[in-house]
Ligand binder design. Structure first.
Ligand code: SF4
Length: 600
């Protein structure tokens, strides 16, 4: 009895317990090979150096062909060799699965596999592997999550290694650092020309993409839109690539040149202002926009064709790609008689800025420099007040500039493109269903857009394209059932895209589109009836007024009507009525008929 008590006393002391725990932990670590854990280290990559610029080709991809051609032109204009990757297809997806990790979302497989497939293609053309590693780099966006986007960089490296391209360089675009190689000296310089060029390329790419889907469904001569857009994009690319960069030392009058040569600050300041002006208001740039507009305006269209308007939403990549990544959905929809309303990349950027502002405001009680200053501590109160304002004003300026330049490009390219939707309104519409602070993927945008386009009668159907395995889209899909319950008129279809199942997805879209077609037809018939005219009379008037067959003849938007044909018929009817009134008035004796009366 006595010996038992003494052993209890022995292990009851804290020290003994701690020692025994430590010994047991060591034993288990040793047993499971954890005594020296192999922590992950970001691989140190060879730098892409300035000296290599002439021989290295920058690869990139993941947008529409319009965006990609314009982006490539900017790279080339800044002195880089650049090539775009082909549109990812099913075999790229399979390669991504073969060489990548399990359990990724499908844009990862498509994009990673696409890069591997392209490198394999280069090798099949006789380029030795070492030469590929030395003479090509891949340029892509990086993120820290919270969804799998944060893993893309690591996924690229992992798959490249597994495919035998270990050491292939992946350059990341990081908004915090500008553009740098992942390590070492930057070979890709974020210059003013490059920045403004990219801004224009993204905006113009969005606008051209929106326009092609607004014009092609109504073209009279099949294939004309694609041909003309190819020429128009080439015109814009020529300007972005070949325009001479503004340099104050060349542009300044002779008497001022020595001043700019000797004073670096003065030279840099004027160079920034001059480049900004040239990229935004320069004659060459505006001439290129106008030339493209003239080309597009030559396409003959017939807006009396009744087509259901389908708004595309969903995950960033799935709603942009024009290939197997979303089952070639845009082609399919147009073949089935729909008009597609695509989503611009600019909305996503506007969303990021909006979120940055909202987060700054929301986190300020924690982030402010002074926690609870007294009322008389004015300096601290001011620091708290202006600290937040400084952040908000900075982001607010960025938002205003972004919107201004986007809409200005719209104006110069015919004024037909859809404007950016107000982010406040999207967040407010989504908020009862999806908290705007739930981040990842498109966040609350999928829900907000669904409600926005439905309540404003801007489309007949919303089609959300979301990749298989997408975490944020899965969340918003759950929420959409509540949204659809509330808005009974809504035709909403979420489609999960993956490498397989195209036939199944198309058949689901066909069913929903059937309903949307009925909706569009009923709307059109109601509108036509309200005009008191027949479709033949409307068409006859259009034939006599050729400007109505031009894409950039702007039809004023009537609230509550989604269909292009219905909007058009209403407008033509108004013009016919005005024309009739005019002729009646001009026939009153004593009133002369003006020569311009042939218009309205
Ligand atoms: S949003 Fe979805 S599909 Fe896109 S990267 Fe994130 S998890 Fe993947």
């Amino acid at each position: 009895m006595q010996s038992r008590n003494s052993s209890l006393v022995q292990i009851d002391t804290d020290d003994v317990i701690r020692q025994r725990l430590e010994a047991e932990r060591e034993r288990l670590k040793k047993q499971y090979g954890l005594s020296r854990p192999d922590h992950f280290q970001r691989p140190v990559e060879r730098a892409f150096t300035a000296e290599e610029r002439k021989q290295v080709t920058i690869l990139f991809g993941g947008f529409t062909w319009k965006h990609e051609d314009l982006i490539r032109a900017v790279f080339q204009g800044c002195g880089y060799n650049c090539e775009k990757l082909p549109v990812p297809n099913v075999s790229a997806f399979q390669l991504g699965k073969e060489y990548g990790n399990n359990g990724q979302c499908n844009p990862t497989y498509f994009t990673v596999g696409n890069l591997v497939q392209y490198l394999q293609f280069l090798e099949s053309q006789g380029i030795p592997r070492q030469q590929i590693l030395d003479n090509y780099v891949f340029f892509t966006a990086g993120s820290c999550g919270p969804c799998r986007f944060g893993m893309y960089e690591a996924e690229y490296r992992f798959a490249l290694k597994n495919a035998g391209f270990d050491g292939f360089r992946v350059l990341l675009f990081k908004d915090s650092d500008g553009i740098k190689a992942a390590s070492g000296e930057p070979g890709l310089k974020f210059t003013i020309d490059f920045g403004f060029g990219m801004l224009n390329a993204l905006h113009v790419g969005d606008i051209m993409n929106d326009l092609i889907y607004q014009i092609r469904p109504f073209e009279v001569n099949q294939g004309e839109t694609d041909r003309v857009f190819r020429e128009a994009v080439d015109t814009l690319c020529d300007d972005l690539r070949d325009r001479r960069s503004f340099e104050i030392e060349q542009a300044a009058p002779d008497w001022a040149k020595p001043k700019f040569k000797s004073n670096k600050i003065l030279r840099n300041t004027f160079n920034v202002l001059g480049k900004w002006h040239e990229n935004m208001w320069g004659k060459d740039y505006l001439d290129a926009l106008h030339a493209a507009r003239e080309k597009m305006d030559s396409i003959e269209i017939d807006r009396t064709k009744v087509r259901p308007m389908v708004k595309i939403t969903g995950e960033f990549w799935a709603q942009i790609t024009e290939g197997d990544g979303n089952f070639n959905m845009f082609n399919f929809l147009e073949r089935e008689g729909a008009q597609v309303m695509v989503e611009p990349i600019a909305t996503w950027v506007a969303y990021l800025m909006y979120q940055a502002k909202a987060h700054a405001r929301e986190k300020w009680p924690v982030n402010r420099p002074y926690r609870n200053p007294e009322w008389y501590e004015l300096k601290k109160q001011m620091a708290n007040y202006f600290g937040l304002r400084k952040k908000l004003w900075g982001i607010g300026f960025g938002q205003k500039a972004w919107n201004y330049f986007y809409h200005r490009n719209i104006k110069h390219l015919g004024g037909l493109t859809h404007h950016l939707v107000d982010q406040d309104e999207l967040a407010q519409m989504a908020h009862p269903f999806y908290n705007q602070f739930a981040r990842g993927g498109e966040g609350h945008l999928e829900v907000g857009k669904n409600v926005y386009y439905t309540v404003h009668h801007l489309c007949h159907m919303v089609l959300a394209l979301k990749p298989f395995g997408c975490m944020p889209s899965t969340q918003s899909d759950g929420v959409q059932s509540a949204v659809v319950n509330k808005f009974k008129d809504m035709i909403f279809l979420p489609i999960e895209t993956s490498g397989e199942g195209e036939v199944n997805a198309h058949s689901r879209v066909q069913m929903a589109l059937g309903e949307a077609k009925v909706k569009a037809k009923a709307e059109f018939e109601q509108v036509l009836k309200s005009t008191g005219k027949s479709l033949e009379e409307i068409r006859e008037f259009v034939d006599e007024h050729r400007e109505l067959k031009r894409p950039f003849y702007l039809v004023p938007h009537q609230e509550g009507i989604a269909g292009t044909a219905a909007q058009f018929v209403l407008h033509v009817s108004d013009r016919m009525d005005k024309s009739t009134r005019f002729w009646k008035r001009s026939r009153v004796p004593g009133i002369a008929v003006p020569a311009a009366a042939s218009g309205d």
